[in-house]
Design a binder for this molecule. Structure first.
Ligand SMILES: Nc1nc2c(ncn2[C@@H]2O[C@H](COP(=O)(O)OP(=O)(O)OP(=O)(O)O)[C@@H](O)[C@H]2O)c(=O)[nH]1
Ligand SMILES: [Mg+2]
Length: 310
């Protein structure tokens, strides 16, 4: 049987938008021309500007400098290949397991994160992708906090033909999670995706609310949620690391989704985030449309950054 991600990727081939277009700047520096001191400076600037983090940018520069010292005829694309190999090394283990579904029914995916990081959009995109792969989905609208949250997720659900379990503004989000689980079970759906309210990682009571969602789900299935994914705004850069640590302490993350990599020149922060946290990156968000969510692939990412062929 083809794995979930294989099927997912096949779907993407039909729909892939320009890939990580914001990385043009780094890629452009690594052209076919012969390197000289100016080009090396330019390279360094592009690498630091892309927000990879000092450690990684320094490692890349050190290896390029060492190679250039040995061989002055080094070309841009040779430097790109060196940079790519450093990034592949740093990102070793960053891809999720190929078939990450545990087989529980329903498989529960809980999306959490700070305000505006892209949870609701990711919920909708994921739901759509699962149904495209013939996997039945229920969405639980656990953001009962923000007044317009129900409308937003309902409008996605209507547009994409997804089943939604929602309650009223101010309702207990854990109760919504419980009902949504029951609905997914009764309707024989494979996947339950819970969209939760945006919360600051520094607010203890809001972190407690997440723990309550977990406790209540476990009344139905003690292994749920099977996935706790932190949705991070990739354009915010390395600030996300502290955020992620706090969420991890409170809720035990199993994965990351990094959104908005289409609109940023700082998408290199993904590297720093992984380097610090060593939590696999399941998906990346590359736009606001339903098809703009891609399984994270180290090769695709690294090649896009350095302008190499996939
Ligand atoms: N360009 C781009 N925009 C995105 C992406 N993902 C989400 N957005 C936009 O970011 C904004 C916030 O997205 P939401 O999905 O509402 O974020 P959220 O985490 O649910 O927000 P709260 O529920 O308020 O915490 C919306 O305007 C989305 O369209 C992405 O990958 N690329
Ligand atoms: Mg939301």
């Amino acid at each position: 049987m083809r794995s979930f991600l294989q099927k997912f990727n096949e779907g993407l081939k039909r729909t892939t938008p320009t890939f990580y277009k914001a990385f043009g700047k780094v890629g452009g520096v690594f052209s076919g021309k012969k390197l000289d001191d100016d080009a090396i400076d330019e390279l360094e600037e592009a690498l630091y500007g892309a927000d990879f983090g000092v450690e990684t940018a320094t490692e890349i520069m050190d290896e390029i400098q060492a190679a250039y010292k040995k061989d002055k005829s080094l070309r841009g694309q040779d430097a790109a290949a060196i940079g790519a190999s450093v990034l592949r090394r740093v990102l070793d283990g960053a891809e999720p397991p190929e078939n990450f579904l545990s087989g529980a029914q329903p498989e529960v995916i809980c999306l959490i994160g700070v305000n505006g990081s892209g949870k609701t959009t990711t919920t909708a995109k994921l739901g759509w992708r699962f149904t495209e792969n013939d996997q039945g989905v229920v969405i639980g609208a656990c953001d009962t906090f923000r007044a317009a949250a129900n409308e937003q997720i309902k409008s996605w659900a209507d547009r994409l033909g997804l089943d939604l379990i929602a309650s009223h503004h101010g309702a207990d989000s854990a109760a919504v999670a419980f009902d949504a689980w029951q609905a997914a079970k009764n309707r024989d759906r494979q996947v339950l995706i819970l969209d939760t309210a945006g919360r600051l990682h520094t607010k203890g009571n809001l972190m407690e609310e997440l723990k309550k969602i977990r406790r209540v789900l476990q009344k139905n299935d003690e292994t749920a949620p099977h996935h706790a994914w932190l949705v991070l705004d990739g354009s915010i850069g390395s600030n996300s690391i502290e955020q992620a640590r706090k969420f991890h302490e409170a809720f035990g993350l199993t994965g990351l989704v990094i959104t908005k990599l289409d609109g940023t020149s700082r998408g290199g922060a993904l590297v720093g985030i992984y380097r610090e946290l060593k939590i696999p990156i399941y998906f990346v968000g590359l736009g606001e449309q339903k098809e703009d969510l891609q399984p994270f692939s180290v090769d695709n990412y690294v090649n896009a950054i350095f302008g190499l062929e996939s």
